[in-house]
Ligand binder design. Structure first.
Ligand code: AQP
Length: 350
């Protein structure tokens, strides 16, 4: 059976990047799959967080999920720390993953910065927790933005090593299924999860620097559009977005070497559900001063209803907490038996 898992960190205001790169796909995948969508609060504390702000941000990401159209009655919406099997499986995976694998993770290098000795150990083993988040549901598909590609490859490596190392034991216990791994046949317990990195918006860039990812933790608020920005904020940020002096090209190859132009065209395409070529066919030869107001209108049209619905939901925190508690019960019903199996496979006496 096929199952989707994905998570978002409650580390601040969600951006247009999170919305177009992740949440919009979460919504679309509900039609075809059983979905588990998680607010990954345990990931958030790999960097320092203000405890009260973390509680608020957890509710706010939940509200963004619901306001965007995720249905918590048909699918599962919860926060990670309510389901202790995530942490338990992460420990097992810390013992499966190799230091060398984790050492290659570029996100750790970026987030740890120059003072690596002073980064939390949690930040280093973050990808093993992420593998646990996914595999504790034996999820087969994970919709994410481009930046998470490397972590998903690591998730597959962990699943594969676990399946290889414990193949005989998995078969002996009558768990899992036979699978081909390269030329070997093993009895595998965990699926090799497919990343789903799709659509025109897998990597939205900063409005101030077309070579940097749009990020909710960027110190400059002008670098991003937040889901909760007002129409005026959005218009001002797009008007001030960095561009070059040339008019827009009519063909895709005219975007080469113009990262800011490429980014704005990509956002336009993603918001309007059109291809980038289609957008260039309309705006080719025209100046940014004409293109930007059209882009602002589109962004406001897409985000305004989401922001309004988020405000409405956040006025009733008890309702949101109820959704999270109910989601955690449903999540535990899947994760509990998986963790029991893993303990038997590994030899941890229950
Ligand atoms: N700029 C982006 N373009 C497309 N997709 C993006 N995602 C993030 N930024 C972009 C996708 O959003 C999902 C949730 O991300 P996350 O909260 O787990 O953390 P992140 O990837 O580290 O995103 P941020 O916004 O940059 O957060 P901070 O600033 O806290 O590090 C993921 O699927 C991600 O790919």
């Amino acid at each position: 059976s096929e199952r989707v898992f994905s998570g978002v960190q409650p580390t601040g205001n969600l951006t247009l990047g999170n919305y177009l790169g992740a949440i919009k796909n979460f919504v679309a995948m509900q039609e075809r799959y059983d979905c588990v969508y998680c607010v990954v609060d345990m990931h958030a504390i790999t960097l320092p967080q203000d405890p009260k702000a973390l509680v608020d941000a957890t509710r706010s990401v939940t509200a963004a999920f619901l306001a965007s159209g995720i249905d918590p009655t048909r699918h599962i919406v919860f926060n990670q720390s309510r389901v202790h099997q995530h942490a338990e499986l992460a420990w097992v995976f810390n013992c499966v993953a190799r230091m060398g694998w984790l050492n290659r993770m570029t996100q750790f290098k970026e987030k740890a910065g120059k003072d690596r000795e002073n980064a939390s150990a949690g930040l280093f083993v973050y990808p093993a927790l992420m593998a646990a988040d996914i595999l504790v549901y034996r999820a087969t598909h994970v919709p994410v933005g481009e930046d998470q590609k490397q972590h998903l490859e690591l998730t597959r490596d962990i699943a594969q090593k676990f399946n290889n190392d414990f193949s005989d034991r998995i078969a002996e216990l009558g768990l899992g299924v036979p699978m081909e791994v390269g030329r070997e046949r093993v009895h595998g317990y965990f699926p090799l999860t497919e990343p789903v990195i799709e659509g025109p918006a897998t990597r939205i860039m900063s409005l101030r620097d077309g070579t940097k990812k749009m990020s909710k933790s960027d110190p400059s608020d002008m670098s991003r559009i937040n889901l909760t920005d007002t129409a005026d904020d959005i218009a001002r940020k797009i008007r001030k977005a960095k561009t070059d002096p040339e008019p827009l090209p009519s063909e895709m190859d005219g975007l080469e070497g113009r990262p800011e132009a490429a980014n704005l065209v990509g956002i336009f395409a993603a918001l309007s559900g059109r291809t980038r070529q289609d957008v260039l066919s309309e705006f080719g030869g025209r100046a940014f001063s004409e293109f930007k107001p059209a882009l602002s209108d589109l962004a406001v049209e897409a985000l305004d209803p989401v922001a309004g619905e988020m405000r409405r939901l956040l006025a009733d925190p008890a309702y949101i907490d109820g959704v999270l508690a109910g989601g955690a019960d449903k999540a535990t019903a899947i994760a509990g038996p998986v963790m029991d199996d893993v303990k038997r496979i590994v030899g941890l006496s229950a």
